[in-house]
Design a protein around this ligand. Structure first.
Ligand SMILES: [Fe+2]
Ligand SMILES: [Fe+2]
Length: 164
């Protein structure tokens, strides 16, 4: 069953699902299940977490929830391991901060059609760790939700470790 972290809702039976079904069901996007993210989750699950909560926040404020959901899914659309690999040295981690959004956007454009706003949300999602800020409200939401979700994912890992 598809769900977001800290939620029991079945996303496949939620209003969230339809506008992003083409991305979620795409074989290239499914491939993100093969990559770890924030140590214990997968990049697929992290992307769903960011997408779903960005969608909910934007919907609540009557902003562009569909763009937030689609860009949220594709914000980390890259295919290499970031932990326990050559990308784990400090210098490479710093380079990764600014390079992976550009790579994610380039990969996303090869498989999906994106609006200008969605592209901007993806390429600037590492704000405020990098200087360039997203140009839309939806982009700001994605950037903030991305960091909050990362904290939740690390807390879930900590909780799992305590229970073992
Ligand atoms: Fe990222
Ligand atoms: Fe992320």
């Amino acid at each position: 069953m598809l769900h977001a972290i800290a939620s029991r809702k079945n996303l496949a039976a939620n209003d969230y699902y339809m506008p992003v079904a083409d991305i979620l069901e795409h074989s290239r996007f499914q491939h993100l299940k093969d990559y770890r993210h924030h140590i214990r989750t997968t990049r697929f699950q992290h992307s769903v977490n960011v997408s779903y909560y960005s969608y909910r926040v934007c919907k609540r404020f009557r902003w562009d929830a569909v763009s937030a959901a689609r860009a949220g899914l594709l914000h980390d659309f890259y295919f290499y391991e970031t932990h326990g690999s050559s990308h784990s040295s400090e210098t490479k981690q710093t380079a990764h901060l600014s390079s992976h959004p550009v790579l994610a956007l380039s990969n996303a454009k090869k498989s999906f059609s994106l609006t200008e706003k969605e592209s901007d949300c993806i390429v600037h999602h590492m704000w405020p760790f990098v200087r360039q800020k997203p140009h839309s409200k939806e982009g700001i939401v994605i950037a903030i939700v991305d960091k909050c979700v990362a904290v939740l994912e690390f807390c879930a890992l900590h909780q799992k470790n305590k229970n073992h």
